[in-house]
Write a protein that binds this ligand. Structure first.
Ligand code: NAD
Ligand code: LMR
Length: 334
């Protein structure tokens, strides 16, 4: 065993982290020959005593798994300690929405967390750190963290649309009656919110355009798209809690994609900092089709076209992200 990877997870006593952490520690993501040091952040005891206590319990459970790949667990309520030397930072810690809330209701509530964590990451993380923002509203939280942590190059930041991507794949596979792996080339454009556009027009099923396999365009536009957009809310309504293991799974899939080249001809979805691609203003954190080189670098797939329906959905999600950006403008240093 020669490699050691340091992984920070914030909100580490929360429900997403509860399934994220054992899978990170187990070797599933970084392989059997890499030791993992988990650097776990929670809110200070002075603010909410139960959080650090809960985290200590989680750390005890991790110890009790005796994973051969888990080298060390650091439990802290200090950002600088949590982000010290980290190669990956999974920013999960933030209040989730409850029944009756929209994700944008969380904007001001969670924004300051990401302002502080962006600066701490820039000060403390390893060169080459890869950051994934999961805490909602994740695109704009990522924007805040990036703008406050600008010493970290922009291609090292991302926000999670992989759960949406997996949802979009699963729903097409179910409708077409095929295995999940036979659905490819799905894109989640824009925001991780109910304006996202799960693009079925460029998707493929068994290598054929999805629209040739599922010919019911009305279903695609009026059932499939809203189902993907509102899936988070539907789960909250059923469970009384927001999605947890599927969210953790999306985050792990995102990190695995960074480590492995994307199969030829396919792509996946991630929200990354725009350089103006597809007419999105530079600097916005926008969900795109991306490919990975397997070395931690995602590149945006160029040249996809959208039809009139797709373009209207794209414009709606772009508009929402611009509004979110405007709402947090005071937290965005230039
Ligand atoms: P949770 O309430 O169970 O856990 C969140 C944890 O974050 C809590 O333990 C809380 O104490 C901690 N926390 C809050 N502020 C913190 C800070 N400044 N530093 C460190 N920790 C902090 O919530 P959850 O269900 O685990 O969800 C976590 C976040 O992930 C929520 O914002 C939720 O909306 C989001 N989420 C995103 C996606 C996605 O697809 N992007 C999917 C599911 C959940
Ligand atoms: C999800 O999509 O399940 C999460 O972002 C939780 C939410 O608020 O929808």
């Amino acid at each position: 065993m020669s490699n050691v990877v340091r992984v920070a997870v914030t909100g580490a006593a929360g429900q997403v982290a509860y399934t994220l952490l054992p899978r990170l520690a187990s070797g599933e993501v970084f392989g059997p020959n890499t030791k993992v040091i988990l650097q776990l952040l929670e809110v200070p005891r002075s603010v909410f005593p139960k959080a650090m206590e809960g985290l200590e319990g989680v750390a005890m459970e991790l110890e009790d798994c005796a994973f051969p790949t888990l080298q060390e667990i650091i439990v802290t309520d200090d950002e600088n300690t949590a982000f010290n030397g980290v190669n990956y930072a999974l920013l999960v810690g933030a209040a989730p929405r409850g029944p009756g809330m929209e994700r944008k209701d969380l904007l001001m509530k969670n924004a300051q967390i990401f302002q502080k964590q962006g600066s701490a990451l820039a000060a403390k993380a390893a060169t080459g750190v890869r950051i994934l923002v999961v805490g909602n509203p994740c695109n704009t939280n990522c924007l805040i963290a990036y703008r406050n942590g600008k010493d970290i190059p922009q291609n090292q930041w991302g926000a999670m649309t992989r759960l949406d991507h997996n949802r979009a794949v699963g729903a097409l596979a179910k409708k077409a009656g095929v295995a999940n792996e036979e659905v490819t080339n799905v894109t989640i454009w824009g925001n991780h919110s109910n304006t996202q556009y799960p693009d079925f027009t460029n998707a493929k099923i068994k290598g054929k355009p999805a629209t040739e396999v599922i010919t019911d365009r009305t279903w695609l536009e009026t059932v499939y798209v809203p189902q993907c957009q509102e899936r988070g809310k539907a789960i909250i309504n059923k469970r009384g809690l927001s999605s947890a293991f599927s969210a953790a799974n999306g985050a792990l899939d995102h990190v695995k994609s960074l480590l492995k080249p994307t199969p030829a001809g396919d792509w996946t979805s991630a929200a990354v900092i725009s350089n103006g691609e597809y007419g999105v203003p530079k600097g916005l954190v926008f969900g795109y089709p991306v490919r990975s080189d397997g070395q931690g670098n995602l590149s945006i797939v160029p040249g996809l076209s959208l039809d009139t329906f797709g373009k209207s959905k794209f414009d709606a999600t772009l508009k929402e992200l611009l509004e979110e950006q405007d709402a947090v403008k005071d937290l965005l240093p230039s």
